[in-house]
Design a protein around this ligand. Sequence first.
Ligand SMILES: CC(C)(COP(=O)(O)OP(=O)(O)OC[C@H]1O[C@@H](n2cnc3c(N)ncnc32)[C@H](O)[C@@H]1OP(=O)(O)O)[C@@H](O)C(=O)NCCC(=O)NCCS
Length: 269
Amino acid sequence: MTICLRQDNIHVCYVSIEDCVKQGLLPGYMGLLDDGERERLDRLAEHRARTEFLVTRALCRVMLSQFVDRPPSAWRFDVNAYGKPCLPDDDPASSIDFNLSNTKELVVCAIGTSCHLGIDIEPYTQARPVEAMAKRFFASAEVDQVMRAAPADRMARFIEIWTLKEAFIKAWGTGMSLPLDTFSFDTTGFRPVPYFHDARFGDPAHWRFHAWDNPPAHRTALAIDMGRPSGSLRVDLRHAIPRLWGPAGQLDVQGPGGCFTLDESDETE
Ligand SMILES: CC(C)(COP(=O)(O)OP(=O)(O)OC[C@H]1O[C@@H](n2cnc3c(N)ncnc32)[C@H](O)[C@@H]1OP(=O)(O)O)[C@@H](O)C(=O)NCCC(=O)NCCS
């Protein structure tokens, strides 16, 4: 089995849920599910939740099949003690990590190898009591970053920090069971700077973080624990539709993508 995924390359792919629905792709996606996923789908009562679930499963499976010689329906998944989906330890491709995030409009999946990944996408538009949430969940330096902003800008400051925090806990794997003030981000510079207030997270230099806007209304953050201090990472972004064409399926690219490089020096500026 060959894994065509470089250690220094992370792939991030967005899918518009509406595009998949309009193109009638959901019945095909249903055929990819294993028994456990089908049971989970059956338990989802809301139409929107079912649709999101199908699109995320198709995206993840088709994306994995772009890097490993295996059909999208052949992947089997495990979850850690906190619900983070992963490849089973006995899968020869288990060095691959991936992570998913959903909004009503977009789903996103990040994939890499020999690292731990977390990704989060959030809409700027969802009403939230951001001052109260910041005071409840954020470290004090992050509360200051939100409260120093003009009231009209506080939602944006909050979302910038919140997405990074979610990406971090998703890479770490423990989800919301991790107190959100045990680490913090300074988002005032070009690239977010992490501060770890708990020794178990190790050295921040082993991590890379990046966050960006998805115009018109979303923000994404990506966290990567490389487990090693040096080296740059290339992150490729694309918008695509998962298609079940051919043995591996295809990510049918929709419009221009992008890429950026994350260097150690960026974190320490
Ligand atoms: C992970 C978590 C922060 C995601 O929050 P969210 O903003 O609502 O959701 P997102 O859309 O960004 O991400 C959801 C996806 O993250 C992934 N995920 C779930 N748990 C995860 C975890 N612990 N770490 C990383 N990723 C996780 C899943 O793929 C999930 O999508 P799915 O349910 O369709 O498979 C939140 O669900 C959480 O804290 N879960 C942990 C719950 C827990 O501790 N359970 C313990 C008993 S099982």
